[in-house]
Write a new protein. Structure first.
Length: 437
């Protein structure tokens, strides 16, 4: 049986050819996922194979995505692959962040070490490969930042034309600069993310443009490998909890799918629990989990947060994410702008750094440990989704006491590090530095 696209809805489960250009099930409208024939290799054979590939100089093996290609076997030939050596992101212990979060130990899986500085590269290499396979000329996405940067890079590397739609005036310039540099045609639309996504889906069908937002099931396949690499780095010992920020919920869907598949294959012995953290002003998934009736998500029509990467009011992947969180015995939490800003500064004090949305993980851990949901001694991995330089204006404003939350109220700089203006006088500078010590 070849790889296929399958409807995610339990009541449907319709199957479609892997090369059909669809993003939702034509029969019921449900989300789609890639499904594969059972792997014949034993777990130990796969572990040994993937470990040996780390020593290879072949481009496929040097990719932290395609190294695990047996887990994402949707291509008929690897000639379609476009790789920038994505993945290969480190696990970084962070004792100071652990103490702040109420844990004995904490490790960050930092996706900001990717080629364009975010986890999107893991998924985009697969999405771009499928686009090349399908013979399309143009690809598009709606993005508040990281997706646009990643898609532009991979599309241009593949010889495709990237077209990016962004909410007008609502993007970090650090991220927009990447998209412009990588040659993307960039359209700023006077609407919010969710409205633009609906618009672009119409345009994609009308103009034959291939859509590379997280609704694309091949993006999810690439993001699965974040978890495969994590387990490989931990010698296949599962943590108790994996904590991640939640925006469009593609990562939540991808992580849960990867963990289920690895568990079924015998690669890991236990399933970690997933904790998803949202910003208070953009928390439709959190709100859903507070209700008994979880059949419909109520969109937040005007999402507000400075963490633009998770400023999503109507996440398309919520049905998959709901399944993964509930089946793992996980949790969903929301955090304030102040909590995100302070957590981000603490991560910086660890010498690590991240974009604002990433810091929601530590802010959420602090709340979940205080509530007794995550025990102090738990084995926790938190995923940082983007590089510290994705939003430098945010950092400067926080440390100088000028950071304002949506609505205009100024956030406190509890961990502020304001630059000091000094005269060209060694004696005065000496006295200043001695006073600091």
């Amino acid at each position: 049986m070849p790889a296929e696209l399958s409807c995610f809805e339990e009541r449907c489960r319709a199957r479609f050819p892997i090369t059909e250009v669809i993003y939702n099930c034509p029969r019921c409208g449900g989300l789609l996922e890639a499904v594969y024939p059972p792997l014949e290799e034993k777990p130990e054979t796969l572990r040994d194979l993937w470990r040996r590939r780390r020593m290879s100089n072949l481009p496929l093996d040097q990719s932290g995505v395609w190294r695990y290609r047996e887990m994402i076997a949707f291509l008929d030939t690897f000639d379609h692959v476009v790789t920038l050596r994505e993945g290969n992101t480190p696990l970084l212990p962070a004792p100071r962040a652990a103490a702040y979060g109420g844990l004995d130990h904490l490790v960050f899986k930092h996706q900001g070490f990717n080629p364009t500085g975010s986890f999107k590269d893991n998924g985009m290499t697969c999405g771009a490969a499928q686009a090349v396979r399908l013979g399309v000329r143009r690809v598009a996405c709606v993005s508040t930042g990281n997706t646009s940067a990643s898609m532009a890079a991979y599309a241009s590397a593949a010889g495709l034309q990237p077209i990016i739609f962004i909410p007008h005036g609502n993007i970090s310039y650090g991220k927009l600069a990447q998209a412009l540099e990588y040659g993307a045609k960039t359209l700023q639309v006077e609407a919010n993310f969710d409205q633009i996504l609906a618009l672009v889906r119409v345009l994609a069908e009308r103009l034959g443009i291939y859509l590379l937002n997280s609704i694309n099931p091949f993006r999810i396949e690439g993001q699965k490998t974040i978890m495969v690499e994590l387990m490989d780095q931990r010698d296949w010992n599962s943590p108790d909890w994996i904590v991640l920020p939640g925006g469009n919920l593609g990562n939540t869907s991808a992580f849960g799918k990867a963990l289920r598949e690895m568990h079924a294959l015998g690669l890991i012995a236990k399933m970690p629990r997933l904790a998803v953290i949202q910003a208070e002003g953009a928390a439709p998934f959190y709100n859903l989990l507070q209700r008994r009736d979880r059949t419909h998500l109520r969109a937040v029509h005007h999402p507000e947060t400075l963490a633009t990467a998770i400023k999503i009011g109507d996440p398309v992947s919520w049905p998959k994410a709901l399944h993964e969180v509930v089946s793992s015995g996980g949790a969903v939490e929301k955090v304030s702008e102040q909590e995100i800003a302070d957590a981000k500064a603490v991560i910086g004090l660890c010498g690590i750094g991240c974009e604002p949305a990433s810091a929601a993980t530590l802010a959420g851990i602090r709340k979940l440990t205080a509530a007794g949901v995550i025990p102090t001694g738990a084995d926790v991995v938190a995923v940082l989704t983007g590089n510290v330089l994705k939003d430098p204006d945010y950092i400067y404003r926080y440390h100088t006491g000028a950071l304002e939350a949506p609505g205009g109220h100024r956030l406190a700089s509890h961990f502020g590090n304001n630059p000091i203006v000094v005269p060209n006088d060694p004696d005065q500078i000496t006295r200043l530095l001695e006073a600091v010590n």
